[in-house]
Design a protein around this ligand. Sequence first.
Ligand code: APR
Length: 307
Amino acid sequence: MKKISIVGAGQVGTLVALRVAEKDLADVVLLDIVEGIPQGRALDLKQSAHISGFSVNITGTNDYSDITGSEVVVVTAGFPRTPDMSREDLIEKNAGIIKEISLKIKELAPDSKVIIVTNPLDIMVYLAMKTTGFPQDRVFGMSGVLDSARFADCIADHLKVPVNSVNAMVLGAHGDTMVPISSHATVNGEKITNLMNDEQINKTIEETRKASLKILQHLKTGSTSFAPSAAIAKMIEAILKDKKEVLPVSAYLNGEYGFSDVCVGVPARLGRNGIGEIIELDMTGEEKKQFADSVESVKELIQKLEV
Ligand code: APR
């Protein structure tokens, strides 16, 4: 049986464990800094196996040596965003945690693919890549799968169509500067630019950018977890089943899209070895400009990191 590890047994981490188990994808190690939490949650999850009918094992631990041999390590450890905080406010708080965890992954799971979830996402992916020293195809972040699902949801709501008839992609940073690519968005193969006017499209773009904030304002405490965990599970499945599926992920750019030494959301082919290739999508002039601005905002924050 394959094995994955999830560092951070909070809301998102626990739901990823549940989704991976229910898809019977791999044995799961749930690790957290707090004693008892991963053990208790893992036991609770494990006891659903007989009911849900999965056969993978789930264990909880505080000991990093248990991540040894993991094919994928998901990092959800850190502080989540509160309604009054931007993702960028989190940078200082979470950078220390990501560094510490990256060094453990480097030591104990040196052949793993690493999926970063901790925010501010693109900055944390960059930090994890530099700290592990892993090649760029093995360290990436969960952003675009989630943001694209939200974009699709907004389009479906506006046009009153089933969400599964929508194809939509969001690139750029996982934050306020994200770039929903409306020129490529379709409903049953028809471009949304033929179905909505500019004002309606801009409204869906704004709603997509604010999708997460809207949830945080409702919840008041806590953060988003159902959709993020679904996005992470999709990425894990693409890797473990070597699907070579093109998914938008935060990846290190080395000249692609005209940018280097930065991590940002781009379409990437995900399979057994991690990122097989980065796909360069045609964008309109306005989308290119927004993408460049988004990359610039990430670069500015990366410069503040002590890598
Ligand atoms: N090592 C291991 N686990 C840690 C560490 C650490 N150094 N620091 C914190 N944790 C654990 C916490 O104990 C907690 O159980 O990370 C977990 C985070 O869980 P939640 O607070 O429930 O956060 P969650 O909603 O799951 O969000 C996880 O996703 O969207 C991002 O920015 C968000 O960083 C957050 C992450």
